[in-house]
Design a protein around this ligand. Sequence first.
Ligand code: CUA
Length: 360
Amino acid sequence: MLPGGVGEMGLAFRKRVRARSVRGRVRCGRRLQRRLLWLLTSATALVAAACSNSPSSLDPKGPSASRIADLWWIMAGIAGVIFLLVVALLTYALLHRRQPDETHFPGPASGHVFILAGGVVLPVVVLSVLMTLTIKSLKDETASHPADLAVQVIAHDWWWEVRYPQSGVVTANEIHVPAGRRVQISGDAADVIHSFWVPQLIGKYDLIPGQTHTFTVEADRPGVYRGQCAEYCGLQHANMAFVIVAESDADFAAWLSRQAQPLVASADPAVQRGLQVFLGSSCAACHTVRGTAATATSGPDLTHVASRSRIGAGTLETTPGNFARWVTETQSVKPGVNMPSTDLDPTALDALVAFLVSLK
Ligand code: CUA
């Protein structure tokens, strides 16, 4: 074969390779477009979700959450400026990139200055500013102030025990506090590590068995603020919710004195029958109803369970139908929970529900 023939074959081969690489680039470009579109859609959905009615830490209603939100906005602002700067530099580099046959390279000195400024000085300055602001926030957050009220919270798999030591009130999954007052919470856990988090009022505090964490919660105004366990603690971690109900001083005092009352015997025969069902079934083995023979403490105190807005640590709304469902279908409503599903004949169930509903 002549040398010229080899040269033509080489040229044809190079053309094929170039054509293939162009096709490859087009495919790659389309893939990139699809990914960018997916990213944009997901980001939009996320932003939309953040702006919906769910409690957001960017909608703070107390001093502690406000500190966290302020810090977040400062970080987001700085990150946004840096992002725009990087995009601008990237665009500049793409528009002024070297051609493949360009043989002139600028000297290394100009690059060194750029790397030193953008890669060392800028990160050191930005991170130092953020660290200083974070340390200041942490100091403010943990500074001890005299509290107006002390509440003890004990996290269990998967519910929250709430105690008011000054008045002897014990309740669950609903923490009432006076608005505009500093409430000192002593948090502990009975089994595994949980985390106390009320996005609109306070950041996450780990509750660790055998170690009491003390922190201050304050709500600026009356309202109901949703809280959630924020540390994976087993099967029903997601169904370990609670609420903080902030009220005026008068409403809070009235609530506290109602909660301090033991069970008042009812004249309603259905309720009386229900109490007997309660005491005669497995309910009394785990729950307390103050003023009755039921004094067990492994489950929530039920003395005023019907006054709470939800049962099962936020799982179901408090309604007669849901009480019946909770008692008989516990393991399908909240699989894995310590409470077993209880078989009761319809008459006994109706009486038990009448009793539970009366526990206001
Ligand atoms: Cu308790 Cu997650």
